[in-house]
Design a protein around this ligand. Structure first.
Ligand code: ATP
Length: 556
């Protein structure tokens, strides 16, 4: 194995980063550490420091379940299940549990060579490839051999990467600053390369090799999606643009980038995960084009010229369901609405008007569709088209400025979305319990939370909206991710995102966010969103303030 720096230095640096509240100090501490590493170690260390071990967009990610870590910790420390679960309740963080329990480590490894970045990364690689039936024992053995060799502090950070719960406050944007400072690259250059690489590891490696300037957009390296700002009425939208805008239907499906180069096609979700295997129709459909490209669009359940309910599609995205049957029941079409790359060049800096023209060109020969687009001006035309979109079964409209560039990962004002109903909240399930009456045997009540910086704050509890089949799946899932079972209710690892509709938001001291949703109901499980993409307390505050404004207007 290549020569590599000690993992202990990374663990100590992360401990220092975690220990300060100052963002500048976090960035400085990590930059000082990174600057001493070679390019390969810098790549791995930067990634691990944001809680992951593989390149963004790769099909594999180390994801070790809580139960595996619990079992290993019990095995090597002699702790009982009760000890482990009590320690977890004390900290609410599995990394900290590992640190405390490993202090009382019972078994000793045969040799005491210090762990290195390359060594740990190699073990993570082996964990990634141990998959499928019968892999449980191999995975457990790999985790055990790592934790046996680790000091308590190293163990803490190894567990944090394995469970993808870093929580040091060094978020990906700050990591960008640390990389720029460590290797002396400019902020602008680093930010642009980060946008294209979408991965802090590749960014650190390129910066260390002074190659940021030659980073280009390329097929099979997904980039962050452009997002839309919500506006409530046709009048607001009309005055926002102040001139003619493109209007497209708002398709209710799964946002996806389609990448093609030569004969190869891949599809990526908004989490930048490779979801090609779920949508063979889309990969096959794209193959006929003579061009290489990166498209942005939406995968929509669709048949007979009409959109079908979104729920059908969701089943295809979930693991436990028979895939070929779901594919038959939920035929899909891909509606492309943007083009990011064509031939061998990135086209994000062209105007939307120009990109749409090119889009028609590259789509020729494929069975992919393009989103219908029309030009609208003024509130009258916008409301008319909005009503039409609803009549046809779409969610509303997305309006776009024809002269705008494609801004990756940004919620700019160039794209605006318009839906009828009150906004919904995407929240994370943090606890769950068995239902009542006909739902007595299933886990059907979920307490959910929104993001507040690095933390999650509860905002409500919902027990309606899902189908019986979905509740059965959720029951299994909640059991799988339980971190403490109180009998009737259980605390779960925060990883399931749900979209919650509600009547209004109230102030409340029942939940630690200080707010409660009134009459919450689950609209859907957001399998396409990660915890980091759930809504924030700021959004709740904004919605709360907006709703007061409406009440004031109505009564005034
Ligand atoms: P966001 O994507 O803004 O974080 P969200 O995922 O909760 O929010 P919505 O608020 O419902 O979704 O609307 C935005 C989404 O609408 C986009 O992410 C995209 O998936 C979808 N969409 C559907 N049709 C279009 C279109 N024509 N142009 C752009 N986006 C569209």
């Amino acid at each position: 194995m290549r020569s590599s720096s000690k993992f202990a230095d990374l663990a100590q640096t992360l401990e220092a980063v975690r220990g300060t509240r100052s963002k500048n100090q976090k960035v400085d501490a990590f930059a000082a550490y990174l600057s001493k590493l070679d390019a390969d170690d810098a790549e791995e260390a930067a990634r691990m420091a944001v809680g992951t071990s593989s390149e963004r967009g790769s099909k594999d990610e180390v994801q070790v379940g809580y139960s595996t870590v619990f079992t290993v910790l019990k095995g090597i420390t002699g702790a009982s299940s009760d000890d482990v679960s009590k320690t977890y309740l004390k900290y609410g963080d599995l990394g900290e549990v590992a640190e405390e329990l490993l202090r009382a480590k019972r078994e000793r490894p045969l040799f005491e060579e210090p762990l290195t970045i390359a060594g740990v990364s190699d073990s993570f690689g082996r964990l990634r490839s141990a998959k499928g039936k019968g892999s449980g024992a191999t995975r457990e053995a790999l985790v055990k051999s790592l934790l046996l060799r680790a000091t308590p502090l190293e163990g803490k950070y190894i567990v944090k990467v394995m469970t993808r719960e870093m929580r040091t406050g060094l978020v990906s944007g700050m990591m960008e600053g640390a990389i720029a400072a460590a290797f002396g690259s400019s902020k602008e250059e680093t930010a642009k390369a980060h946008m294209l690489l979408g991965d802090v590891g590749l960014l650190a490696k390129a910066a260390s090799r002074k190659q940021l300037g030659s980073v280009r957009m390329e097929p099979f390296r997904p980039v962050n999606f452009m997002l839309a700002e919500p506006l409530a009425s046709a009048e607001e939208v009309a005055s926002h643009f102040g001139e003619a805008a493109y209007a497209e239907y708002k398709y209710d499906g799964v946002r996806a980038q389609v990448h093609k180069k030569g004969d190869e096609v891949r599809v990526y979700s908004r989490r930048l995960e490779d979801i090609s295997a779920f949508f063979p129709e889309v990969t096959r459909g794209a193959a006929g084009s003579a061009y290489d490209f990166i498209l942005d669009g939406e995968i929509v359940p669709y048949s007979g010229g009409k959109p079908l309910p979104f729920q059908l599609l969701q089943r295809r995205l979930r693991r436990m369901v028979n895939f070929s049957e779901a594919a038959k029941n939920a035929p899909v079409e891909y509606f492309a609405f943007d083009l990011l790359y064509e031939g061998d060049r990135e086209v994000v800096e062209l105007t939307l008007r120009e990109r749409r023209k090119l889009l028609d060109q590259v789509r020729a020969g494929t069975t992919l569709r393009t989103a219908e687009s029309s030009t609208v001006e003024g509130a009258g035309e916008i409301s008319k088209l909005f009503r039409k979109s609803r009549d046809l079964g779409y969610e509303g409209l997305v309006l776009k400025s024809p002269g705008s560039q494609y801004t990756m990962g940004k919620r700019g004002s160039a794209w605006v979305k318009m839906k009828e109903e009150l906004d919904t909240i995407d929240a994370v399930i943090v606890a769950a319990e068995y239902g009542h009456g006909k739902r007595a045997g299933v886990i059907s009540d979920y307490t959910f939370a929104v993001r507040d910086g690095d933390e999650l704050k509860t905002i409500g509890k919902a027990y309606s909206g899902l189908t019986d089949a979905e509740i059965d799946e959720m029951t299994a899932r909640m059991k799988e991710i339980t971190v403490h079972d109180y009998g009737y209710t259980r605390k779960v690892k925060p990883e399931v995102v749900i979209e919650v509709a509600f009547d209004s938001i109230q102030r409340s001291d029942r939940h630690d966010s200080g707010y409660a949703l009134r009459f919450p109901r689950i609209k859907r499980i957001r399998a396409d969103k990660s915890v980091g993409q759930a809504d924030t307390i700021e959004k709740v505050e904004k919605t709360f303030a907006g709703q007061r404004l409406k009440v004031d207007r109505a009564s005034g």
